[in-house]
Design a binder for this molecule. Sequence first.
Ligand code: AP5
Length: 188
Amino acid sequence: MTLVVLTGSPGVGKSTVANKALQNTTKEYKTVNYGDKMLEVAKERGWVEDRDQMRKLDPEKQKEVQKIAGEKISEMSETQPIIVDTHSTIKTPQGYLPGIPEWVLKPLDPDTIVVVEAQPKEIINRREKDAGERVRDKETTKELEQHQEMNRAAAMACAVLNGATVKIIENPDGGLEQAAESLLKVLK
Ligand code: AP5
């Protein structure tokens, strides 16, 4: 079955782009949020209460939760085409954690890795708008530039290992329709 991994810095709008794309098609993709799966596992262990605490967990614990979530999603992808809404890097206090390390890449074996990007200032504004519901990290434009560079590098590194294609999609302010169209072209 086809599996597309959708990545991008938090607040870039990747979930919004996926929802828009799926509104405009009859293609039967199911969207699975990696963070939701991880949250289920981390809550069972009593390690977190909400999703924004996960990236502050000890990296070893994040990796344990990450691995179990990957196995669960891999099982789901056996029966239907899936878009996995996740990250190619997670910014932790100890540095960038790969979102798709080898032990996640192998079971998922994506056909395409999509990297959604926007201008750092646009991402900062979007995070501020979500501030009531989420505990968003504060990043400067320079830090976000670096974060987005790391996302591209991590996506391509994965692709080298499994042969996936990497698609970069711009999601500027006012450009949601076009970003969704670009994503639709990726979905078989
Ligand atoms: P996750 O659930 O992915 O949360 P997130 O990182 O905060 O990402 P969001 O889904 O909230 O943001 P988004 O980029 O999809 O933006 P949205 O569409 O909401 O992950 C949660 C946690 O799980 C992570 O922090 C991490 O700890 C963990 N995790 C996940 N995967 C992992 C992995 N593989 N390994 C380890 N840990 C992992 O949009 C944001 C805003 O922008 C909205 O208000 C929207 O209206 C607006 N917007 C969107 N597009 C546009 C546009 N074109 N113009 C104007 N506004 C726009």
